[in-house]
Design a protein around this ligand. Structure first.
Ligand code: AHR
Length: 334
């Protein structure tokens, strides 16, 4: 392009912008009119969120969902604290939120017990507490405003029902990888399996240990199972990340996951559902992490002093190869 042509384009652009400015001036509009209105810092609702950690794909999807919903564009300032799966850290975070005078506290509790003291402090400071994902155990339900999360026992019984219907041919020798002990996700899914074991005398747990919901620990536990030479035909793994680790260990030992051993998993995150399509995971029970918009809706109801539900269980489903497709995985968003 020649210098003459460029200067011609520049001249026409300047003319166009000048005209636009003229029209705007005549109509009395400001430059900011075309931009979406941003609430000022003081108008933002401040939410302190004590997150369990970053142990799993599920957890990461959950954090993103909260950050997207409780964003400045939506009128929020989110203070996110990662507790690295430690309850002490969560208690410290909640005390910090109280000292900062946040408008709301959102707690995704590591374990069910041990919250009464700090939640009494939050109540004394008149800060509403919304519990998400897992539940807490307390005699005094006025310590929290409301709860939204999963029915983990139902997830466990869903898995057991699938095992009852689909694994009838031989006695089951089960490797049970548990989540972090005392969390609702572990307690419910373990209880579901326990109920199955009580009903079926030919079901046996040959190995059981907590893998803290992490891939590294899942792999380590599976390596132990293999080193000990235990016989098994089912792995009941209480989340997808432990499943990924177990699959690594099996493959290194020349065992074909999904073929030589049935693998039951929980969460149904997109990586796991791809593994299901490849035949490595046999059955995956969904645990829905998209709590951000739900918490946002609760806060909006509270702000508008509208009635709200104290307890909300999210809808969840489950997957095997009969109902899983690429399109479905793409459409789920986690
Ligand atoms: O509480 C939900 C559980 O916690 C998910 O199953 C697991 O992946 C996460 O770490």
């Amino acid at each position: 392009m020649t210098g003459k042509r460029i200067s011609g384009i520049v001249f026409r652009m300047a003319l166009f912008l000048g005209l636009l400015a003229g029209i705007c001036l005549a109509a009395g509009c400001k430059a900011s009119d075309s931009l979406p209105a941003q609430p000022s810092q003081e108008d933002l609702i401040v939410v302190g969120f004590s997150q369990v950690g970053a142990e799993s794909d599920w957890r990461n999807a959950n954090t993103i969902s909260m950050q997207e919903a409780l964003s400045p564009q939506n009128g929020y300032r989110l203070i996110l604290e990662d507790a690295q799966q430690k309850q002490e850290k969560q208690i410290t975070s909640i005390r910090n939120f109280i000292n900062q005078g946040v408008d709301y506290i959102v707690l995704a509790p590591t374990t069910e017990t041990g919250w009464d003291t700090v939640l009494t402090e939050a109540r004394n400071a008149q800060i509403p507490v919304i519990i998400v994902d897992r539940m807490i155990e307390t005699e005094d339900t006025s310590l929290f405003t409301c709860w939204v999360g999963s029915d983990f026992l139902k997830e466990g019984t869903t898995a057991v029902q699938w095992m009852e219907e689909n694994l009838r041919e031989e006695p089951l020798k089960i490797v049970h990888l548990q989540g972090n002990l005392g969390s609702s996700a572990q307690l419910g899914r373990t209880r579901g399996l326990e109920q199955g074991l009580q009903k079926h005398t030919d079901w046996e747990v040959v190995f059981r240990a907590p893998g803290d919901f992490t891939q590294a620990k899942g792999q380590e536990l599976m390596e132990t199972v293999l080193e000990e030479g235990l016989e098994f035909n089912v792995i009941y793994s209480e989340n997808d990340n432990m499943t990924y680790g177990a699959i690594e260990a099996l493959q290194s030992a020349g065992i074909e996951p999904g073929k030589d051993v049935t693998i039951i998993s929980f969460d149904a995150s997109s990586t796991a559902l791809h593994m299901l399509l490849e035949g490595k995971i046999t059955y995956d029970v969904e645990c829905n992490p998209l709590h951000g918009p739900r918490v946002q809706a609760i806060i909006e109801e509270l702000e508008a002093q509208k009635p709200f539900s104290k307890y909300t269980y999210v809808e969840e489903t489950s997957f095997d190869r009969s109902n899983t497709t690429e399109q479905l995985i793409e459409s789920r968003g986690y």
